[in-house]
Every structure is written in structure tokens, then in C-alpha cells.
Design a protein around this ligand. Structure first.
Ligand code: ARG
Length: 588
């Protein structure tokens, strides 16, 4: 049975409705919100009553009779004013469970028409270490790239480094003050420039805040940085050579953080890569009459009549002739179109940038650079401290992502020891387990919230092996793995699944719900639905395992059936956890 149980019931109920002369859509069957009464329900009779001018109960009785004929064995109860409560026979569960057990994708469907989708996430700025604000973009973007790929889309992810704005000019002037003799600042130098970078990542993270503070205090100093930015953008060779060093040094450091998190990108492009496209982009916007001159700057008016709040015009070229953040985003769309021609671009960026993306998207639509629906801002909220404000370090500074990852690993080690886990593992394996547990803690804690919800960072709760946490899920998966290993050692093989106990039926219902959870996560760009699924699956497995012993069971067919259910659960749990970016240890 390749259909999910709700789909099968919906199809039959739809036929019953249309045979009764009513719209087939009324046959929609969902999992019940009163599972104590029946696992599935259909509310169509109530919706039909008005138009059909019949009491809903009479309609429900008619539909029930037809459904009974179509699906013998289905238990139907009419509740209240005309709800249909449906309880499938054990054979439905068994058929579905066997199909899931035999399927590599554990019951997960695929999109009907795969698309090419680009995902723009991460977006760290060159020269600045990543901070906690980059956590959500990285974790959410990564889960979405996994999910979209798994559903069959052709996905290209791009980190979109911030490497082009005023911050670059600030770095250049600050370095010039520190080391004026470097050849990069000598306008008469004819090259070649040195291959070795003149700075380390630590230099960069020191220079940038220094420059930024000086710029704030001294307008002349800021003006110098602005000029340097303009010269860089105009192609001054020494500055371009410096920028290349800054980028290379930063990427090396960024890679270390992303590797530690287990997040990977296809493209490591940045804003600076599209500089060459800006002149033609601007000319095109002018020629189409999309850009207009205002106080020496070229702007695009993007406000619409029915806007609830005023949206400022997008600045394409500043009055000083510089390209700005929005300009590089527009040029990047052009670049992506030429290089990859995506049907959809998702921007996984915090919701504080909503206006920026609204401006960029509207300008792109106006200029025919993209079609409506082809650009989407996947927004997310903030990670907060216990005071409800953005998370900061105890000293009040920004929390570096690397420190956060390190702290999670540290706490994971402690928790493993407390729980008496991993004691038999060699040191290297234990460390690896601590890494997986630490990452699972922060990733799951982040993704289990709907993305626009702000959440409070509470490491103690996140690393707990109890409750709705990443470590709990890893622990459950490891338990099933070890059960399968023991069964293998005893020469036991999974067999055909038979469903008898209510806990078995409940577990199959969760297994059956995988596809719907995936679809929802995909449609809403919201991995929290996947987290919810993984958690409820793990819980259903626990109840099943407590009620239905496996290895001690003496009836061979029953034991093999339960073993097969465990194997199917493990496969699906592994897939689900992989989609949220969690790695499962072999043992703990
Ligand atoms: N670098 C930007 C920042 O730190 C984020 C980039 C987001 N992506 C984009 N295509 N604009 O604010």
C-alpha cells in the first residue's frame, strides 16, 4: 500500500460523497484531534448539510453506509452532530507498515515536478567572526537544503559572503594606518603583489571594530573609508589584491565554524563577485525607466498603493557613485539567473531585513529580473538570553558562534558522564559522540521552534537527555540501533509486520505521518514540523517497546514482526534526523 492511510480513507470517503451527489472534497479524512475516540475523522457531513438542506446526521449515516461497503472492516461511528469517527482494521496498518519497511525512503514521497532552487543562507561578513545571530541562518538554511534535496529538487546553496560594503574600505584604511609601507597602498606599485596574506583572522577581527569606532567618532576618517570603498569598487589594483587576501583569510576561519556545525555550501560566492555585473544592471534599470535620478542618486521606487506601511525607495547607486547592499543583491539575482537559472531563490535571513528584501524583490520584479513567486524571504526571529533580549555573553559582548558550539560540546560531555553514557568508548569515539550530542542540542533547540518565533537560549535544557531535545532523539535512535545489533547477533531477522497491540497501531500511524510532516515542512519552509515528527515517532516507539517486548518474545512470527517495525522506525528516524542536520552515533 503506497498511499498513506489518511489518503486512502480520503479517497474512499470522497467517492462516497460524490456517489451521494455531494462534492468529493468533503471526504477529506485527517488524523483525529480526539484520538481517544478514534484515530481518524471526517467532518464533511457537517459542511455538506447547509447546501444539501439535510440534517448533517442523515448525511453522515448515508456516507457511513457507503464507506462500509467500500472498505469492509473499517469501523465507523457517528459522533455528535455528524462527525465520522473512523477506526481502520489491523490489516490497513499492517499493509502500510510493510510498505514503509520495504521502502528506502521510509514512506516519504517526492515533489511531482522538481525545480532548481537556490538557497542563500549564512551570509557572514568577511573579517567578522560569526556570532549567535548566524546560528539560525546556518541551521535553518542547512535543514532546508537537505529537505528540498530529499523531496527531489535540484538545490544549489550559496553562502553569499558580505565582502563589499563600507566595512571593506574601513579595513583598508585601518590597515594602512598600521602598516603604511605595504605595497597595496602604493598607487605607483606595478606588482606583482605578495601571495602571503598581510593579516591573520585575528588581525581582521581586531582591525574592523577599531576602524568602525574611529569612523563613528571622526567624520573625516569615515570619509576616507568611504573613498577607499569607492576606489576598491572602481577596481584599484592594490585594494582588490587586499580584498582577495581578506576574503581568503576569512573563508578559512568560516569553514572551520561551518565544519564544526556540519553545514556545507555548494558555492562560496560573495557580494564582490557580482561587481562586474553592476554597470550593465544599472544601465538596464535606467533604460527600462525603473531607476530614476533623485538628489544625485539612482533610486527605484518600490512603494505600492495598498502598502500598510511606507516602503522607502531602493538606492541603486548612491550620490557618491557607490553600489550598496541592495545593488549587490540585485546583481546577484542576475548572476544566478545567468549561471544557474533557478525557478526559486530562498533567502534565509533574519526578519530584521524584511524591508530590504521587499525592496529588492519588488525592484527585481519591476525590472523583469525575476517573476513573482520566484524570490522568497525565509524569515527567522532572534535567539534571546534569559532577559528576553538578544543573547549576549556574561560580559555583555556578542556571543561568538564558535564559543557557543564549544560550550555545547563541553556540556554534552558532562551530561554524558552524568548519565553514565559512553563509558565504554575509547576517547576519540567519546569525543565524537560529544560533538554529535552538542550539535544536536543546539540545532534541535533552534529548529523545533517555528522559525519566526524568538526563543530563549537555555543550554542546560537543550543538552538534556530527557524531554523534547536533540540529545533525547539521538539517545532513542542509538537504543534502537543497539537493539537491532543484538537481534543480529542472535541471528534474528525482521519478518512480515502484523499489527495487533494498540501501541503497534499507534506507532504505524506515526510512521505513516512522515510524508505529511515532510510536505508541511517543505511548503512552509519550516523544519519544526520535522522536529515534531521525529519526536512523536520516538515517543511512539518508546510506548511500543515498553508494551511489546522484542528479544524476549517467544512467538517467532510476532518477534520478527516487531523487529521489522523497529527496523522501519530506525530507518525513518535516521532520515528525519538527517534532514534536521543531526548525526546519530553508533553507540553511546
Ligand atoms: N551579510 C549580510 C549581513 O550580515 C547578510 C546577507 C544575507 N543575504 C543576502 N542575500 N542579502 O547582514
Amino acid at each position: 500500500m503506497t498511499q498513506t492511510i489518511p489518503a486512502l480513507l480520503t479517497e474512499a470517503a470522497g467517492r462516497a460523497f460524490s456517489d451521494a451527489g455531494l462534492p468529493a472534497e468533503l471526504g477529506r479524512v485527517n488524523e483525529s484531534d480526539r484520538p481517544d475516540l478514534a484515530p481518524y475523522q471526517c467532518n464533511g457531513a457537517l459542511a455538506a448539510a447547509k447546501a444539501a438542506k439535510k440534517p448533517p446526521r442523515a448525511i453522515a449515516e448515508d456516507i457511513a453506509a457507503r464507506l462500509k461497503d467500500a472498505l469492509p472492516g473499517l469501523e465507523i461511528e457517528i459522533a455528535g452532530p455528524g462527525f465520522l469517527n473512523l477506526t481502520p482494521p489491523a490489516s490497513f496498518y499492517a499493509d502500510r507498515a510493510n510498505a514503509i519497511a520495504a521502502d528506502d525512503r521510509a514512506g516519504a514521497g517526492q515533489v511531482a515536478a522538481p525545480r532548481r532552487v537556490m538557497i542563500d543562507f549564512g551570509g557572514p561578513n568577511v573579517a567578522k567572526p560569526m556570532h549567535v545571530g548566524h546560528l539560525r541562518s546556518s541551521v535553518l538554511g542547512d535543514s532546508l537544503q537537505r529537505l528540498f534535496r530529499f523531496r527531489g529538487d535540484d538545490v544549489i546553496s550559496d553562502i553569499h559572503l558580505g565582502d563589499w560594503g563600507l566595512q571593506m574600505g574601513q579595513l583598508i584604511t585601518e590597515l594602512e594606518d598600521e602598516q603604511p609601507d605595504l605595497p597595496y597602498f602604493d598607487a605607483g606599485f606595478t606588482g606583482p603583489y605578495p601571495d602571503a596574506p598581510p593579516v591573520t583572522i585575528d588581525d581582521l577581527s581586531r582591525l574592523y571594530p577599531q576602524a568602525s569606532a574611529k569612523g563613528k567618532a571622526d567624520p573625516a576618517r569615515q570619509e576616507r573609508s568611504r573613498r577607499a570603498t569607492a576606489e576598491l569598487q572602481a577596481g584599484r589594483p592594490g585594494y582588490r589584491a587586499l580584498l582577495a587576501h581578506f576574503i581568503a583569510v576569512s573563508i578559512k576561519a568560516l569553514r572551520a565554524d561551518f565544519d564544526a556545525l556540519g553545514v556545507h555550501f555548494d558555492l562560496w560566492k560573495g557580494e564582490s563577485d557580482v561587481n562586474g555585473l553592476i554597470p550593465e544592471l544599472v544601465e538596464d534599470f535606467k533604460a527600462r525607466g525603473v531607476a530614476e535620478l533623485s538628489d544625485g542618486a539612482w533610486i527605484v521606487r518600490v512603494a505600492r498603493e495598498d502598502d500598510k506601511k511606507e516602503l522607502a525607495p531602493l538606492i541603486l547607486v548612491s550620490s557618491q557613485g557607490s553600489a550598496l547592499y541592495a545593488t549587490t543583491d540585485l546583481a546577484t539575482i542576475l548572476d544566478r539567473r545567468r549561471e544557474h537559472d533557478p525557478e526559486l531563490i530562498l533567502y534565509v535571513v533574519d526578519l530584521g531585513q524584511s524591508d530590504h528584501f521587499e525592496q529588492v524583490f519588488r525592484a527585481a520584479f519591476k525590472a523583469g529580473l525575476a517573476s513573482e513567486g520566484g524570490l522568497e524571504h525565509v524569515k527567522f526571529g532572534t535567539v534571546n538570553g534569559p532577559d528576553g533580549k538578544r543573547l549576549r555573553t556574561r560580559a555583555g559582548g556578542t556571543f561568538k558562534l564558535a564559543d557557543l558550539i564549544g560550550e555545547a560540546r563541553e556540556r554534552a560531555r558532562a551530561r554524558l558522564h552524568e548519565a553514565g553514557l559512553g563509558e565504554t568508548l575509547a576517547e576519540a569515539e567519546f569525543e565524537d559522540v560529544a560533538r554529535m550530542v552538542g550539535n544536536a542540542a543546539i540545532k534541535f533547540a533552534d529548529l523545533q521552534n517555528y522559525r519566526t518565533t524568538n526563543y530563549v537560549f537555555d543550554m542546560d535544557r537543550f543538552v538534556s537527555f530527557e524531554g523534547k531535545t536533540g540529545p533525547y532523539l539521538l539517545y532513542q535512535a542509538v537504543r534502537v540501533k543497539s537493539l537491532m545489533r543484538k537481534a543480529g547477533e542472535q541471528g534474528l531477522q525482521p519478518g512480515e509486520i502484523l499489527v495487533a497491540a494498540p501501541e503497534e497501531a499507534a506507532l504505524v500511524r506515526r510512521l505513516d505521518g512522515f510524508d505529511a510532516a515532510l510536505e508541511r515542512a517543505y511548503e512552509d519552509r519550516a523544519p519544526n514540523h520535522l522536529c515534531e515528527h521525529a519526536y512523536s515517532l520516538a515517543q511512539a516507539f518508546s510506548s511500543f517497546y515498553a508494551a511489546c517486548p522484542i528479544l524476549p518474545e517467544t512467538d517467532d512470527a510476532v518477534r520478527r514482526s516487531r523487529l521489522a517495525l523497529a527496523a522501519a522506525t530506525l530507518k525513518q528516524l535516521e532520515l528525519a534526523l538527517d534532514l534536521i542536520g543531526l548525526e546519530i552515533p553508533e553507540r553511546m
